[in-house]
Design a protein. Structure first.
Length: 212
């Protein structure tokens, strides 16, 4: 099983709850299946650029016109995508480690998604619409937030967006371990919430290892 781990949290592991979830997740996964191949990508060490008009032409020009030939500037604008999308194409499982900022995920993660979930790499088009051309079957969200979110919370701008994005390329299995209420000054049970999320991360990892 190939696992792509994308880290969208700038904080060090010592102070990052989402990174603590990732530690527990991968410890459990490797214990159950030592043959798992993990590719770690820290977006703050390999920052994706925002998509430019030249990159859009490179990605979508061939969709509109199969004979489209990109310019040198368009090829250059697509460098990040061309160098990074294959890691997602090859992954069976994608793990996203992130905090919640302003009720959603960090902009750096959206920039990465915009660069790698592009036609010709993750999908093509047929008579009936999108055709996935990847191996991805599961997305795991390892999330921390200061605030508390209820199920189907209207203020949750993270999980609905992730579900919509990956449903577009045919991936509907989204697993979530979420340590919410991590602002101890407002939530007296922050530690218990963190422990519950850590246990959820371990359980998700063990379930995935058994599916291989």
């Amino acid at each position: 099983m190939n696992v792509l781990h994308v880290i969208a949290n700038p904080r060090p592991a010592e102070t990052s709850v989402s990174k603590k979830l990732a530690f527990e997740f991968f410890a459990a996964l490797m214990e159950k299946n030592p043959d798992v191949v993990v590719n770690n990508v820290d977006l703050y060490q390999n920052k994706p650029p925002y998509v430019s008009s030249e990159a859009l032409n490179y990605f979508w020009g061939p969709v509109v016109n199969p004979a489209y030939i990109p310019s040198k500037a368009e090829e250059t604008a697509a460098n990040f995508s061309n160098n990074n999308a294959q890691a997602l194409v090859d992954a069976d499982v994608l793990v996203l480690t992130m905090p919640v900022w302003l009720n959603s995920f960090p902009a750096i993660l959206k920039a990465w998604l915009d660069q790698v979930l592009v036609p010709g790499k993750l999908f093509t088009f047929g008579p009936d619409g999108v055709i996935p051309i990847h191996h991805l079957r599961t997305v795991v969200l390892l999330v921390s937030s200061d605030s508390v979110y209820k199920e189907d919370d209207a203020t949750d701008g993270l999980t609905p967006a992730i579900r919509a994005i990956f449903s577009y390329i045919g991936v509907d299995d989204i697993q979530i371990a979420w340590a919410d209420g991590q602002d101890a000054s407002r939530h007296f049970d922050s530690e218990q919430r963190r422990e519950m999320a850590l246990e959820a991360a371990r359980e998700i990892a063990e379930d995935l290892a058994e599916q291989v």
